[in-house]
Design a protein around this ligand. Structure first.
Ligand SMILES: Nc1ncnc2c1ncn2[C@@H]1O[C@H](COP(=O)(O)OP(=O)(O)OP(=O)(O)O)[C@@H](O)[C@H]1O
Length: 629
């Protein structure tokens, strides 16, 4: 999609609001035609070349009325402009957010969170600015057309001189266009780097302190800020230089006209009223030129922002940015996820076909009313309930990180209901990548996943409760009560929370917290230990009754005894659910029906612990290495 299509689609989102804004601002820019003519009539009356029908006071009253009318219109224009701006920026941000939430979780944004914030904030604002400035054009061009016609009928030669600066300025702006884009891209990029560095610093304060790296980090921050200052100054300087070119070329034109008008007045061809009209209209022509320049600048800057936003989409069609959607203001319109679309998905889903569900959940490029849904509707997919798990088969699963070329290759895996499978291997052998690719948190490059023989087309949508639940290697807690961190919006069913807490071996920890489950935890609350955080994440997983539980190195922060209790309890409580566990600890390996040993992203050996101790060197190293360690 080209920038102009993006621009056009933003306008088309709420055409009524845009047209109203256009109308109001066209009137605002056209109204000054009236005081110009009134002023001319006034001076011509004084000079005696024209007689006013209702006298000088009527002119004064009309001038005041025109000024008041314009003030009222400008007030209205501010309201309509805010309405258009808000809707456009909310739509862009909403669609960007919906896209981020639909991307494979582990690669939802291609950059740092700080850079993503800059995309959400600055780049959206830039796009909104360009649309907002476009509404001035019609009124200003209309003003110039009517004013030109009036001025040409008075004096052709002088009128032409009004437009010479205009042509000069447009040419200058066109020449400077390439540079504006370059400087704007550089300044946006350097801003993103600074915000990225701030977010990294804030999230790694402890690591920086223990490494004694404060000075190095601050030096790097200063360097990035310096670079940003440099590129911002260039960007601003060029923008301001262009603005001054716009304004001053017209001022020069005004001077020329005044000189020429002086000669003409001496010869009696030109009245004081004519001069007042020329001078009055010229001010507004100046405004047109600088606004035209502003609009061109904003448009070019928007082109840069659009490119940056597109990189955030990671190859998804840019049309999804401007896809009509409900933004929470006013009434939902047809095709904006009025609930019917979501219900449609639900009923398709309840038919139980994994393939049907996939079609309904949508390919972004096939725009149909069914996918024109609000974020909530789009994310309401997990209502799907697959038939009870009998067998999950993974064939040829592959994923490589583009940055390092490392990952997993050609993985085959079978999980049966009630089974306990452990994935093990040395550090960096691909264990986490395997579970993430299986769950759709990374976009698998090849491979097939079948649930009871039926193909799972979109693992990211499918592998959520009640099909599966997952605990990541590094659990994230929110600044909220412990209870809410575990339930995460799920309604509390009688006994479910206490069962999950028991299975996750958390009762003693809860007893030790002054406010128990109501204790605030997370970044702004009580700091839990690594093991407590991991078990909170396990409880969060276990409170969701799932048919498959996936643990990524759950026990890495647990002592041996707690870990042993955890696996034992899990064994008792899991019912017929299948467990897929990433671990190299004996407590987990000893429970396993089946163990998969990964090496450099490939399956090196598999079997139970006894078999592997006989056949696999790597496995022996892992098994005995723990004892040595
Ligand atoms: N975000 C990433 N970008 C690029 N390469 C990555 C990324 N994450 C992991 N890798 C690489 O992919 C390979 C597999 O990593 P993975 O995290 O799956 O290993 P692992 O077996 O889970 O390791 P660990 O035991 O340390 O958790 C490693 O070589 C790693 O360097």
């Amino acid at each position: 999609m080209k920038t102009r299509h993006f621009f056009w689609r933003m306008i088309r989102y709420r055409p009524g609001y845009y047209l109203l804004n256009l109308l109001v601002w066209t009137l605002i820019h056209m109204v000054p035609l009236v005081p110009g003519l009134l002023t001319k009539a006034f001076f011509d009356h004084l000079e005696g070349s024209y007689s006013l029908p209702y006298g000088v006071w009527a002119i004064a009253a009309l001038l005041v009325a025109a000024a008041l009318g314009r003030i009222a219109l400008i007030y209205l224009g501010c309201l309509t402009d805010v309405n258009v701006r808000t809707r456009i920026s909310m739509l862009l941000r909403r669609n960007m957010l919906a896209h981020v939430l639909r991307e494979p979780g582990a690669r939802a944004i291609p950059s740092s969170p700080g850079e993503a914030i800059s995309n959400f904030r600055d780049d959206v604002e830039q796009s909104e600015d360009a649309v907002s400035w476009s509404v001035d054009m019609l009124g200003l061009v209309g003003f110039v057309a009517v004013a030109s016609w009036i001025l040409v009928s008075i004096d052709l030669q002088l009128t032409v001189l009004v437009f010479v600066p205009l042509i000069l300025v447009v040419t200058a702006a066109q020449i400077a266009t390439a540079r504006i884009q370059k400087y704007r891209a550089a300044s946006r990029e350097s801003t993103a780097k600074v915000t990225g560095a701030i977010s990294e610093m804030f999230s790694n304060v402890q690591a920086i302190q223990v490494a004694g790296a404060e000075k190095r980090i601050v030096d790097r921050f200063v360097q990035l800020s310096e670079h940003r200052r440099d590129s911002m100054v260039k960007d601003k300087l060029l923008t301001e230089t262009l603005t001054s070119v716009f304004t001053n070329s017209v001022n020069l034109g005004t001077g020329l006209i005044l000189v020429l008008a002086g000669y003409k007045m001496r010869s009696g061809d030109f009245t004081v009223g004519d001069l007042s009209l020329f001078v009055y209209y010229l001010t507004f022509v100046t405004q047109l030129i600088s606004n035209l320049g502003n609009f061109m600048t904003y448009y070019k800057q928007m082109a840069v922002s659009f490119e940056r936003i597109k990189t955030m989409l990671q190859g998804a069609p840019a049309s999804l940015l401007t896809k009509a959607a409900y933004i929470g203001i006013g009434k939902r319109r047809v095709g904006e996820g009025d609930g019917a679309a979501a219900n449609g998905r639900k009923s398709d889903s309840s038919a139980g076909s994994i393939a049907t569900r996939d079609m309904a959940s949508g390919d972004e490029s096939k725009e149909s009313p069914a996918i024109m849904a609000s974020i909530e509707d789009e994310l309401l997919i997990p209502v799907y309930q697959a038939p009870p798990l009998e067998i999950l088969e993974v064939r040829g699963l592959s994923y490589r990180f583009p940055e390092t070329g490392r990952g997993i290759e050609d993985i085959d895996l079978t999980l049966r209901a009630g089974s306990f499978t452990v994935v093990t291997g040395m550090i960096g052998s691909g264990k986490t990548t395997l579970v993430r690719a299986l769950l759709g948190l990374l976009p698998a490059e090849a491979g097939e996943i079948n649930w009871n023989g039926e193909r799972v087309e979109r693992p990211a949508d499918f592998f959520v409760p009640p099909q599966s639940a997952y605990t990541a290697q590094i659990p994230r807690l929110y600044s909220d009560q412990l209870r809410n961190n575990i339930l995460l919006g799920q309604p509390e069913r009688p006994g479910s929370l206490s069962r999950a807490l028991h299975a996750a071996v958390m009762e003693d920890d809860i007893g030790g917290l002054e406010q128990g489950l109501d204790t605030m935890v997370g970044p702004r609350g009580v700091k839990l230990s690594g093991g407590q955080a991991q078990r909170t994440a396990a409880a969060r997983m276990l409170v969701r009754d799932a048919q498959m539980y996936v643990f990524d190195d759950l026990s890495s922060a647990l002592d041996v005894e707690t870990e042993r209790r955890l696996w034992e309890r899990l064994f008792e409580e899991r019912g017929n659910a299948a467990c897929l566990v990433v671990s190299h600890r004996k407590a987990a390996l000893a429970h396993a029906d089946h163990i998969i040993v990964l090496h450099n992203g490939r399956i090196e050996a598999e079997g139970n612990a006894e078999e592997l101790l006989r056949t696999s060197d790597s496995f022996r190293q892992l098994w005995y290495g723990e004892e040595v360690g």
